[in-house]
Design a binder for this molecule. Structure first.
Ligand code: ADP
Ligand code: MG
Length: 875
């Protein structure tokens, strides 16, 4: 090591503290990376790997990126899950003795981005801290670009699954977690593989209670945790303290814009697990993972980025508190009915920039002049917004109005100090108004006067020399000079001192010119420095009001979100739902908000729904493929969800008895990404429902059991109906679409189970989908007709019909078991269509079947008989 060059020694010392990061080491105009980091970066960024003498026998691998283009490279590395430590020169090379000192000024991680170029505008960028403790789990998450910070905790046997639900809801870009032997490993692997989020194990000591508590108290300058509601919340405290520590370590900033930690409980919100979120396509579509085609896409008509973010959060976090829901609905009602007010508000909101992030950047100390002007322009409309809201009635709007501070002092400060069109940089001057600072005004005047003086001098010299083309110009090397073309140089006076000879001109200086030049240049230098200082002063002053800006920003975000609800509700013919605490779910002419949007107006067929936890608790829905079963069930779930986020719903009328969770499961979904079999996935999802659903839940099961053999599948489906519909187990409102027509036999046998089907009309050889849901089971599955509609070749369709006829000719009711199929008449290729379901030797099975008295058998007995049958087939 002794042989190392001093620079390399400095590098390695710094790297030692940032082992988990890629260290960007500033050398001149480049950030250089060495050794392992260089190999990684060269590979990931596809940049050239070189080497550098470092004093050792072998050259150090090295690669670098120009500092002005670093953002791009950094964001690529962050995207790939790396952390980047930025090592800068931290002393002036001019005054440094020996090698310039360098230190890490910031660590950029996926969850701590603040640069507006790297952040999606309409989404939050969360970092989460998870504490897995002996008594429970604490989580805290933050968006450091907006200053939001929230925490909650769970305990008991379901803590792990609650944790995963929260992680799925918040979908942070980065997680830090304590290193633990308890339940750590499974949580860790689930998060890493299943939710694919960057997860880092962070120093265990940072989660220790004494440390964490002190950290929180120091951050908020408080003596007790009382005011934050974190007394007796040790797990939340641990997670929060560690997060603050991590943020300080990486951001190297006071983070004083993170000024509220809000404690919430997961019971405040409707719980939605990862599958349900994905299935209902709340914020992105299942297949392409894009917003277009999701519920959010339908609902988002916000004008500001803040509004878009809050709306997204509302969709991810439906409410359960009836009062909170009704408060939002009343606001939507009032705004929906007042088109003029709505238009006026929208127009004003269109002029509002991202106040949350502007406030964040100001507090962070990286806002420029344009940011301050954006802030000013946003604040300008506040008095008008307040004025418009003066005439409103809804309590929710009054609360918003009360939260809006017009922030005139900040407006005036910016207005007085900052010019209307400042440059991007803050170190080049041109930022501060003359009128704001007398010294700046004097300097500016000196510059202007100096330039006038030079113009006059030019005029004067032309006259005295008689050279009309004489001119005075400026360049960086010589400063101001007099230029005379070749043909006139004979006329140049003696006291002109020649400085430079060009092909067709000579350049001169004279003492007077140099004198005024030094005045102008000195003033320019001074003014740039002065303006920078004044700017920082102004910015610091505003940063003291961060909290006021944030409060107003939050009010505007809510207003924007609710306006958006009002707007879609009005434009799409939604109605205000009745919200009730009981178990009733009545929807008259409900529609699927997204499917309806993608169809010609009025062509979506509306359907009713009536569910409760009594006689109508379990709907078994049958009908051919493509009839509309899945659409119908999702529509019910979405209507409930929309009501609970405080939006109107696509229906003629709706009464929504509040739901604590929505579960949706789709059979044999093609989720092969985890390497588990589809059936295994389906069953573990199902297990989650059976373990977590309550009477107040809404359960949507779409073709559960499809992923296995018919008998296994049917048996499971059957047992699931029994289990869920039973009040002693769950008794929740449930919609179950199935292709097992056998299940329709449960109506009348199990209380609360009813059959529905989606009607189709036969039309000659074809079928027409009517899309209307009606009571009763479907009598046919029309599989062949649907296959035909899908474009299966005629040869196959004809043959399929033939087989079907043969099956039916054997007098086998398709709700019972098929017996035997005659061989196809044609030989050759078609032989492969041959199906032999049962051989004659299975006569026993048939006899066993015939002996079942389906009307008088108990479900349990049925299951046993079925089990026996299944076993017989295996022999
Ligand atoms: P299933 O689940 O019964 O196979 P889907 O719910 O997938 O059927 O519906 C198939 C297609 O039918 C949907 O993609 C949609 O275009 C259309 N559809 C479903 N329900 C309706 C409806 N109520 N009105 C109009 N079209 C509908
Ligand atoms: Mg379906």
């Amino acid at each position: 090591m002794e042989n190392l060059t001093p620079m390399m020694r400095q590098y390695l010392e710094l790297k030692e503290s940032y082992k988990d990061c890629i260290l960007f080491f500033r050398l001149g105009d480049f950030y250089e990376m060495f050794f392992e980091d260089a190999l990684t970066a060269a590979r990931e960024l596809e940049i050239t790997l070189t080497g550098r003498d470092c004093g050792l026998a072998e050259r150090a691998p090295m690669c670098g990126v120009p500092y002005h283009a670093a953002d791009n490279y950094i964001s690529k590395l962050i995207d790939k899950g790396y952390k980047v430590a930025i090592g800068e020169q931290v002393e002036d090379p001019a005054v440094a003795k020996g090698i310039v000192r360098r230190d890490v000024v910031r660590v950029i991680t996926p969850g701590t981005l603040i640069d507006p170029h790297l952040l999606p505008e309409k989404e939050n960028n969360y970092i989460m801290s998870i504490f897995l403790g002996k008594s429970g789990i604490g989580i805290t998450f933050a968006d450091i670009s907006t200053g939001e910070l929230r925490t909650t905790e769970f305990s008991g046997s379901k803590a792990n699954s609650s944790l995963l639900d929260e992680v799925a809801k918040i979908s942070p870009k980065e997680i830090i977690m304590n290193d633990t032997e308890y339940h750590g490993t499974s949580v860790e692997t689930t998060i890493k593989s299943f939710l694919s989020i960057n997860l880092y194990i962070f120093d265990t000591w940072a989660f220790e209670n004494n440390f964490a508590e002190k950290k929180i108290k120091d951050h908020y300058h408080i003596l007790s945790l009382d005011g934050l509601g974190l007394v007796d919340k040790p797990n939340s405290v641990a997670a929060t303290g560690a997060l603050l520590e991590y943020l300080q370590q990486t951001q190297k900033s006071t983070l004083n814009h993170m000024n509220h930690v809000k404690f919430y409980t997961s019971e405040q919100y409707m719980i939605l697990d990862k599958f349900t979120r994905r299935n209902l396509e709340l914020t992105e579509t299942m297949r392409d993972k894009v917003k277009k085609g999701s519920l959010l896409w339908v609902l988002d008509r916000t004008s500001t980025a803040m509004g878009a973010r809050i709306l997204r959060r509302w969709v991810e976090e439906p409410l359960r508190d009836i009062q909170a829901i009704v408060t939002r609905l009343e606001v939507v009602d009032e705004l929906k009915n007042n088109l003029l007010l709505r238009e006026d508000l929208k127009e004003l909101l269109n002029q509002v920039y991202d106040l949350e992030r502007l406030a964040g950047r100001i507090a962070y100390g990286n806002a420029n002049g344009r940011d301050l002007i954006a802030l000013k322009l946003s604040l300008e409309v506040l008095p008008q917004i307040k004025n418009l809201l003066n005439s409103i009635h809804a309590d929710g709007l009054k609360a918003i109005l009360a939260q809006i501070d017009t922030l005139e002092d900040i407006y005036h400060l910016i207005h007085n100090a900052i010019v209307e069109n400042p440059p991007l940089g803050i170190k080049e001057g041109g930022l501060i108004k003359d009128s704001y600072d007398p010294e700046i005004a004097v300097l500016r005047e000196a510059i202007t006067n100096g330039k006038t003086w030079i113009t006059n001098l030019e005029h004067q010299e032309r006259q005295s020399t008689g050279i009309k083309s004489l001119k005075i110009s400026y360049n960086k090397v010589f400063g101001y000079y007099i230029e005379i073309t070749k043909s006139n140089i004979g006329l140049a006076p003696k006291h002109y001192e020649r400085k430079q000879t060009l092909a067709n001109a000579e350049r001169y200086i004279i003492p007077e010119l140099k004198e005024i030049e030094s005045k102008i240049l000195g003033a320019e230098e001074k003014i740039v420095e002065l303006e920078y200082q004044v700017f920082i002063q102004v910015r610091n002053e505003i940063s003291q009001y961060t909290e006021r800006i944030q409060t107003t920003a939050s009010a505007l975000a809510q207003l924007d979100g609710l306006l958006s609800f009002a707007e879609v509700s009005d434009k799409s013919g939604y109605v205000k739902p009745e919200i009730s605490q009981d178990d009733r779910l009545e929807i008259i002419n409900g529609r699927h908000p997204v499917v309806e949007r993608s169809m010609a107006f009025g062509s979506f067929v509306a359907n009713d729904t009536s569910l409760d936890t009594g006689k109508n608790r379990f709907a078994i829905i049958t009908g051919p493929n493509m009839a509309g079963k899945s659409t119908y069930m999702r529509q019910v779930a979405l209507i409930v969800l929309m009501a609970q986020i405080g939006c109107f719903v696509p229906a003629d009328q709706a009464t929504i008895g509040i739901v604590d969770r929505i579960f949706t499961r789709v059979g044999a979904s093609d989720d092969l990404s985890q390497g588990q079999s589809t059936f295994m996935v389906e069953m573990s999802e199902l297990a989650n429902i059976l373990n977590n659903a309550t009477t107040k839940s809404l359960i949507i099961l779409d073709e559960i059991g499809r992923g296995t053999s018919t008998y296994d599948g049917l048996s499971i489906a059957w047992a699931v109906v029994e289990y869920i519909s039973n009040h002693e187990n769950i008794g929740a409102r449930t919609l179950f679409a199935t292709h097992y027509h056998e299940l329709t036999e449960l109506e009348g046998i199990i209380e609360g189970v009813n059959n529905y089907c989606i009607s189709v009309k036969e039309h000659g050889d074809d079928i027409i989908f009517l899309r209307k849901i009606i009571p009763g089971g479907a009598d046919q599955s029309y599989g062949i007709q649907v296959a035909k509609l899908a474009g299966i070749t005629d040869a196959v369709i004809t043959r399929a019909k033939q087989i079907l006829q043969e099956l039916e000719a054997n007098d086998i009711n398709r709700s019972k078991l098929p017996q035997r199929v005659n061989k196809p008449s044609k030989k050759g290729r078609e032989e492969q269509y041959q199906i032999t379901m049962f051989s004659d030797s299975n006569e026993d099975i048939l006899n066993e079947l015939k002996s079942i008295d389906i009307v008088n058998i108990t479900p349990m007995e049925a299951m046993n008989r079925l089990y026996k049958l299944v076993n017989m087939t295996k022999k």
